[in-house]
Design a protein. Structure first.
Length: 52
């Protein structure tokens, strides 16, 4: 949650004034989901969690 709030505030301070809180939250969610899916793909490729 800390990363989400930090990313949202960074987006709001660095984007144009017409940028709304909702838009910043949607972009923050997309970025965090992308990072999470990359990490999970990497763990899957490295076979960290072998199938039973």
């Amino acid at each position: 949650m800390v990363y989400y709030n930090s990313l949202t505030s960074i987006l709001l301070t660095n984007c144009p004034r017409t940028f709304t809180l909702g838009e910043a939250q949607i972009i923050a969610q997309g970025i965090l989901l992308f990072i999470l899916s990359c990490i999970l793909s990497l763990l899957n490729e490295l076979d960290i969690f072998p199938e039973k």
